[in-house]
Design a protein around this ligand. Structure first.
Ligand code: KG4
Ligand code: ZN
Length: 342
């Protein structure tokens, strides 16, 4: 079954064609990073306009890359929730229109679930029950998948997502957007033991909180440059020494990884999963993967790097395994829909 996936939930316009949820024939991603870098984060209006400009060429490119025509496409899958309103709207309108005029079934896909399905694009896909940690710019969720359609949300972030914390810390210490890859590179040259940041204690051991860690880095940076709590965060970076910047990056990454590892090892002991999978943009972080591998006695499955961040191959894969077509005339976007509500 050839599924055309479409993903526009944030700042990547993506289309992909995947056979039977596992074999990627085409994977096209138009990243908007260059448009947003100068603002230090995603500007929703700019994101939506860019999606509108490139959505049709990106879909055409996916068909060309796969050497397929519309006759070969069995269904269209699209991210309908959660995400930025304007961004979701462009992808879902494109998918609905194409489903109607090309007469194809339309399969709506939840973005967080689709991140997990990036793991089915690997040679060793997850076996059930699978403990999955999805860590992206918008979400940090620990989910127990009993099978494809049955899953339990064990915990999630109560404030900032871990990727968001990477992005905000990077901005404070003067590293470029997106902060995750920049912090990972800087941390290789820094001392992760220099600063000790406290980890949050929460009622549910599977919930996360990263806003306190971000503030702790901010306070440490203000102290390093001899300023008080009122000193504006955007004026800190030029006053920090290179070594302080690298050590803050390394110490932050170390603490963020420890918070995630703590939740995973506890859940592993309680639920005894057959496999552990990582997903979402932050799963591209090699340091985090190594820490989880060291702490768990099951080998960690994580997507190939090109499927860690937002892409449409994972959307097409999720659509194949979950396969719940809907009426294209009725599909609505749901910017805040949690997997708990599914
Ligand atoms: O999954 P994704 O592409 O978009 C969302 O659904 O949010 O994730 C983007 C997030 C950004 O916050 C980015 O900083 C983070 O993933 N990220 C990383 C790395 N690569 C991307 N975080 C840590 N280490 C990385 N290597
Ligand atoms: Zn994502």
């Amino acid at each position: 079954m050839n599924i055309l996936g479409i993903e526009t939930s944030c700042d990547e316009t993506a289309a992909a064609i995947v056979v039977d949820g596992t074999t990627v024939l085409a994977n096209v991603v138009n990243s908007q990073i260059d448009l947003h870098t100068k603002y230090g984060g995603v500007i929703p209006e700019i994101a939506a306009r860019s999606h509108l400009e490139v959505i049709n060429p990106v879909i055409d490119q996916a068909l060309a890359q796969a050497k397929l025509t519309w006759d070969d496409i069995d269904a269209i899958a699209v991210t309908y929730a959660p995400g930025l309103v304007g961004s979701l709207l462009i992808g879902s309108l494109a998918a609905r229109t194409l489903a109607i005029i090309k007469n194809k079934p339309l399969i709506p896909v939840h973005h967080i679930l689709s991140h997990f399905y990036a793991n089915f694009l690997t040679a060793t896909p997850p076996t059930f029950p699978c403990l999955a940690l999805t860590v992206s710019g918008g979400h940090s969720q620990l989910v127990l998948f009993k099978n494809h359609a049955q899953f339990q949300l064990l915990g999630q972030t109560l404030d900032d997502a871990v990727g968001e914390a990477f992005d905000k810390v990077a901005k404070i210490i003067g590293l470029p957007y997106p902060g995750g890859p920049a912090i990972e590179q800087a941390a290789k040259l820094g001392d992760s033991e220099r600063f000790k940041f406290t980890k949050p204690r929460l009622d549910n051991p599977y919930d996360f909180s990263f806003s306190g860690l971000k503030t702790a880095v901010l306070r440490q940076a203000q102290q390093l440059i001899g300023k008080d709590h009122n000193f504006p965060s955007f004026e800190i970076a030029p006053l920090l020494s290179k070594q302080d910047q690298l050590d803050l990056a390394a110490s932050f990454q170390q603490t963020a990884a420890e918070i995630l590892v703590q939740a995973i090892t506890k859940a592993q002991a309680e639920y005894q999963p057959a496999s552990i999978a990582l997903a979402g943009g932050v799963s591209a972080n090699q340091f985090l993967c190594e820490k989880i591998n060291q702490a768990c006695n099951l080998s960690l499955i994580h997507p190939p790097i090109e499927f860690c961040t937002d892409n449409a191959a994972m959307v097409a894969s999720a659509a194949y395994f979950l396969n719940k077509p809907t009426d294209p005339y009725q599909l609505q976007i749901s910017p805040n829909l949690s997997i708990e509500d599914l």
